[in-house]
Write a new protein. Structure first.
Length: 90
């Protein structure tokens, strides 16, 4: 569940950042560009999104390394349970 949350946080933060950039580029004039109410809302979203993507990336890296190390350390133990049939005795 931690990996899923971190990926979701990273994607959400990036989406809010890209939304603000899209509005500032004024590709779609109906959004009003800089200074509009939509832009102000996008700036708030970007303010919330920056910490999401800045913290979830490094935490994902640590989490993946931790999961890999734990699986390597305990693989022999799990294999040895139940004469090699594993924890579920399959």
């Amino acid at each position: 569940s931690g990996v899923q949350l971190a990926i979701s946080m990273s994607n959400t933060g990036g989406a809010w950042d890209n939304c603000k950039k899209y509005i500032e580029a004024n590709i779609d004039p109906s959004l009003g560009g800089k200074g509009s109410d939509i832009h102000k809302a996008a700036v708030v979203g970007d303010t919330v999104g920056d910490p999401l993507k800045d913290t979830s990336g490094p935490s994902l890296n640590i989490l993946m390394k931790l999961m890999a190390i734990i699986s390597l350390v305990f693989a022999d133990f799990f294999f040895a349970i139940n004469q090699g049939r594993g924890l579920l005795n399959l």
